[in-house]
Design a protein around this ligand. Structure first.
Ligand code: ADP
Ligand code: MG
Length: 437
C-alpha cells in the first residue's frame, strides 16, 4: 500500500477523552472513530488488525474441530423467555420492537439461539460431541462504557458452544477449548493466564477466565510467579489425545481474580506471589443442562432414553483484544505490534520522495516485498523525514526500511526494528533476508 493513497487519518494531539494508552493510540493512529458512547467505526488500519486477530482465533477454533456458523445479531425475545433470561438480563439488554409490535433484542450473547438450533436438528447421541462457534457483534448496554474498544457497548466476540452426552464428554470439550485458548493467545503474542472463575449455582471447576497483565486492567489479580515461565511453545499438541496433563499444568498453581482471591493462600505464597491488574480476554464456562433443559435440547442416548445435553460456552473478546494487545505492547512513541497481528509487517520510508534514485530504490523494494506476499506500507508521501519516522512508530510497523539519498548512493538501507529500537545500515539484500527470518 502506498501511504500517499491510503486512508490513514492520524491525529497529532492526544484526544482528551482517552484515559488509557490503547484508547489514545487507537485514535491517534487512525484505527477507530467513536460513533457514540462505546460504539466505534473501524477505519482501514484498525480493521486490518481486527481481521488479523479474527483469523488467528478462527484458525485455532477450526483446528480443534469447532465448526463456524453465523447467527444473527437481532434475536426474538421469545427465545429468551424460554430460558428465563429475558427478564433476568436487565438493562444491559438492548430491547427493540419491530413494526409488528414483536419484541426483539440485539443479542448480548447466543446461548439461547444455538440451543434452539441444536434442539431442532440433533436427535441422537451418535451425532455428539459437537462444537460450533461464530464471530459476531454483540451489544451490551454497559453502564459505563470506557477505555475505547476495551469496554464497549457494541463489540466483536467469538463465542463457541459445546454439546456432549454426559459430563465426561463435557470435560473433554472443555479441555480442548482450554488448550486451544492458550495456543490462540500465544499466537497473538500474549501471555494470558487462566484463572479459576465463579461457576455460580452450576458448581464444579470448569470455568476459567483468561487474563493478561496490564496496569490498566479492570480486575485485580494475584497469581503464582511460575505462570510467567509457563508456555506451550514448541509443544506438538494432539487435540484428540489426553489434554488433561496440559490443563493440570496450567491450573496447578494459584491464580485468581477479584472475588475468587484467597488471602490465606496468598499469605503462604509470600514472595512467590504476583499481584497485578489484568484484562479479561476470554472466558470459558461449562453450564451443564442450564439451557438444554428449559429449551428441550435432548438426544436419544445409547439405551434409547432421552437425555438433556451437557453444554459449555467459550468466549473471546476479539475487538477488546486489539486494545489489550496495545496495553501490553507500546511505548511513548506508539504501538509495538506483535508480528502476527501487525496491520503491515514492513514499512518503507522514503526520506526523499521525488528524488529519482530514492523513488526507484523504494519502488524496487516495494515490488520485491509484495511479490514475496508481504503486507507493505510504503511511505511515499511528500513529507518531512521526522513525520515519517513518527508515523511509522505510532502505527507500530514491526520492521522499517529507511531509504535516503546517501545510502542509496552506496547501495545501503537502514533497517529499524520497532520492538528493540535497533537500527543498522545494511545492504538491501541483507536487510531483506533479515526481515524474512
Ligand atoms: N463490553 C465489552 N467490550 C468488549 N469486550 C467485551 C465486553 N464484554 C465482554 N467482552 C469480551 O468478551 C468475552 C466474553 O464475555 P463474557 O465473559 O460473557 O462477559 P463478562 O465478562 O462481561 O461476563 C470477555 O472475556 C471479554 O473479553
Ligand atoms: Mg467474563
Amino acid at each position: 500500500m502506498r501511504l500517499s493513497r491510503y486512508y490513514l487519518p492520524t491525529l497529532k494531539d492526544t484526544p482528551a477523552e482517552a484515559q488509557i494508552a490503547s484508547h489514545r493510540l487507537m485514535l491517534r493512529a487512525g484505527m477507530v472513530r467513536q460513533s457514540s458512547a462505546g460504539i466505534y467505526s473501524w477505519l482501514p488500519l484498525g480493521l486490518r488488525v481486527l481481521k488479523n486477530i479474527e483469523t488467528i482465533v478462527r484458525e485455532e477454533q477450526n483446528a480443534i474441530g469447532c465448526h463456524e456458523v453465523l447467527m444473527p445479531t437481532i434475536q426474538p425475545a421469545d427465545l429468551w423467555r424460554k430460558s428465563g433470561r429475558y427478564d433476568d438480563y436487565g438493562p444491559e439488554m438492548l430491547r427493540i420492537v419491530d413494526r409488528h409490535e414483536r419484541d426483539m433484542l440485539y443479542g448480548p450473547t447466543n446461548e439461547e439461539q444455538i440451543t434452539e438450533i441444536f434442539a431442532e436438528t440433533v436427535r441422537s447421541y451418535r451425532e455428539l460431541p459437537q462444537m460450533l462457534y461464530h464471530i459476531q457483534w454483540k451489544f451490551r448496554d454497559e453502564v459505563r462504557p470506557r477505555f475505547g474498544v476495551m469496554r464497549g457497548r457494541e463489540f466483536l466476540m467469538k463465542d463457541a458452544y459445546s454439546f456432549d452426552l454426559n459430563s465426561e464428554g463435557a470435560r473433554l470439550s472443555y479441555n480442548k477449548m482450554f488448550v486451544s485458548y492458550l495456543k490462540t493467545y500465544e499466537r497473538l503474542g500474549l501471555k494470558a493466564i487462566p484463572m479459576a472463575a465463579d461457576t455460580g449455582p452450576i458448581g464444579g471447576d470448569m470455568s476459567h477466565e483468561f487474563l493478561i497483565l496490564a496496569d490498566t486492567g479492570e480486575s485485580e489479580i494475584a497469581c503464582h510467579r511460575d505462570f510467567m515461565d509457563l508456555s506451550l511453545i514448541g509443544e506438538n499438541i494432539d487435540f484428540d489425545g489426553d489434554l488433561q496433563p496440559i490443563v493440570d499444568r496450567f491450573t496447578a498453581k494459584y491464580a485468581a481474580t477479584d472475588e475468587m482471591r484467597n488471602p490465606e493462600t496468598e499469605k503462604q505464597l509470600g514472595d512467590q506471589l504476583i499481584t497485578a491488574r489484568g484484562i479479561e480476554v476470554g472466558h470459558i464456562f461449562n453450564f451443564g443442562t442450564k439451557y438444554s433443559k428449559p429449551m428441550g435440547a435432548k438426544v436419544a442416548g445409547p439405551d434409547g432414553h432421552d437425555v438433556f445435553v451437557e453444554m459449555g460456552s467459550y468466549g473471546i473478546g476479539v475487538s477488546r483484544l486489539v486494545g489489550a494487545i496495545i496495553e501490553a505492547s507500546h511505548d511513548d512513541d506508539g504501538i509495538i505490534w506483535p508480528d502476527a497481528v501487525a496491520p503491515f509487517s514492513v514499512g518503507i520510508l522514503n526520506l526523499k520522495s521525488g528524488d529519482a534514485a530514492c523513488d526507484q530504490a523504494c519502488t524496487g523494494i516495494y515490488d520485491t516485498l509484495r511479490t514475496q506476499g508481504r503486507d507493505v506500507l510504503y511511505d511515499d508521501r511528500d513529507a518531512r523525514a521526522g513525520t515519517k519516522f513518527a508515523d511509522a512508530d505510532l502505527i507500530g510497523l514491526p520492521w522499517q526500511l529507511i531509504v535516503g539519498p546517501r545510502g542509496v548512493k552506496n547501495g545501503l538501507v537502514e533497517l529499524k526494528n520497532r520492538k528493540s529500537g535497533a537500527r543498522e545500515e545494511l545492504s538491501l539484500e541483507s536487510a531483506l533476508s533479515k526481515i524474512s527470518e
